[in-house]
Design a protein around this ligand. Structure first.
Ligand code: LLP
Length: 441
């Protein structure tokens, strides 16, 4: 247990999250249900912000990468913590603006932003657009010209560092649909192109080296490479960048193969990065750049769990035991997509020893619709409540109405208080946009 542990087992043997008994949550809200602990989310936002304040004299901004979990309430929380956000679509931008999020702290990403998305961004005076193609630079410049405004931009570059969870690799040439490579000269070309656009104000560079990373050195190395490039652009193009955006990617605990980090560990990641940026600036004779971070998963991932009710149980002798729940790949597609491993437990009998290995299956008409494979569990019975942990990031945000199932609602827990932040869908929602043409009636 550490200070980030939002979960505990209470005297009744029930799993608790943020002071709320999960069995009571299920009585009140039903299943499947996403549950988020507000304090956990705030603590994560604060550790990044406070470390920048303390170690870098506040010369930076944490921008929550809201692709991890986007809804109005999360933007309200980010606003009250005084941090920024990263959005990647018109939908995320619209949600943030509807929640009253301050436009100047919005950073807009995406490798193929639509004209309508760029217009929405400019019309709402958002702070910064991260340029990811020549076409986009041109489109954005034209949109700004028509409105007689100048837009702050960063350019997404590939420093040739790719991180894979516990290791990283350095590559000469980056094969990615994102960004511009330093090594093949395109990062320099786009810099010179953007500098010529009169309605774009280039502030600096962004990179994102991967996700679910535990290797501190990979962030350091990426930052150093970006700063070397900044120094080069100063000499070659007389361009002085004042901002470095190092992206997101800090890892979280999903199951016992992952380390369980404390708040201070995340502070350490950031300290190492800041330290490297400071010394690199000194060596290169650059001013210390404004530092942007874009953590998504680490802010909401461990703060969230999903609660299900166990339904059908199928024991295929000598092969597998399937425990089917009332959710599935429509609320958590991460096993189907990435074979991600999750930790599951029976929330109503959380003290009981695990006696068998089971596969947790969803209710979709698809054999690959699994949530977790070969996980230890006490002998489950229909009606038990199953909790899957660390589902706060990239679960709701990647959910779908596959098989016309409902995307589950989400509840926010704060010191035992519980309320909806995303209400349940209804059959009416499911058919809302359907049209039967007259001739088919
Ligand atoms: N910034 C940029 C430009 C990104 O592309 C991402 C994630 C982030 C920040 C946030 O990274 P994080 O701190 O969350 O690792 N659907 C996948 C994850 C895709 C992440 C894409 N980009 C999953 O479920 O694991």
């Amino acid at each position: 247990m550490n200070e980030r542990d939002t979960l505990k087992i209470n005297a009744k043997g029930h799993l608790e999250i943020g002071g709320a008994d999960t069995v009571e949550l299920v009585e009140k809200f039903g299943t499947p249900l996403y549950v988020f602990d507000e304090l956990h989310i705030r603590n994560m936002m604060r550790v990044y912000k406070e470390t920048i304040d303390k170690e870098y004299c506040g010369n930076g901004l944490v921008t929550y990468a809201s692709k991890a979990f986007s809804c109005k309430a999360i933007y309200s929380i980010a606003r009250s913590e005084n941090i920024g956000i990263d959005v990647v679509s018109g939908g995320e931008l619209y949600t943030a603006i509807s929640a009253g999020f301050p436009a100047d702290k919005i950073y807009m990403h995406g490798n193929n932003k639509l004209v309508s998305e760029l217009e929405l961004a400019v019309d709402n005076n958002i702070g910064t657009v991260i340029i990811d193609s020549f076409r986009e630079a041109e489109l954005l410049d034209n949109i700004c010209k028509k409105r007689s405004v100048v837009q702050n931009v960063l350019i997404r570059i590939n420093p040739g560092v790719e991180a894979h969870t516990h290791a990283f690799v350095q590559t000469a040439r980056t094969d990615s649909k994102f960004g511009f490579s330093i090594s093949d000269g395109t990062a320099e070309e786009i810099t010179s192109y953007v500098l010529k656009k009169s309605n774009l104000r280039l502030r600096g560079y962004h990179c994102h080296i991967g996700s679910q990373i535990f290797e501190k050195q990979s962030f350091v190395l990426a930052a150093e490479k970006v700063m070397d490039f900044m120094a080069l652009m100063k000499v070659k193009l007389d361009f002085t960048a004042d901002t470095i955006d190092i992206g997101g990617g800090f890892g979280i605990w999903y199951n016992n193969e992952d380390p369980k980090l404390k708040l201070s560990d995340y502070a350490e990641y950031l300290k190492a990065l800041i330290c490297a940026i400071k010394s690199k600036a000194k060596v290169l004779g650059l001013n210390e750049p404004f530092l942007i971070l874009e953590p998504g998963r680490s802010i909401v991932g461990e703060a969230g769990i999903t609660l299900y009710t166990v339904g059908a149980i199928k024991d295929i002798a000598g092969i597998k035991k399937y425990i089917a729940v009332d959710g599935g790949m429509f609320d958590n597609p991460r096993y189907a997509l990435y074979q991600s491993k999750y930790y599951a437990l029976l929330a109503n009998r959380a003290n009981e020893d695990c006696t068998e290995k089971v596969t947790i299956a969803g209710k979709c008409c698809e054999s690959g619709d699994l949530i977790a494979v070969d996980v230890p569990l006490p002998k489950a019975e229909s009606g038990d409540i199953l909790a899957v942990l660390s589902t706060g990031a990239y679960n709701y945000s990647m959910a779908s109405n596959y098989n016309r199932n409902f995307i589950p609602p989400a509840v926010l827990v704060n010191a035992g208080e519980t309320e909806y932040i995303i209400k349940p869908q209804t059959f009416e929602d499911i058919v809302r946009n359907d049209i039967i043409p007259e001739r088919l009636k």
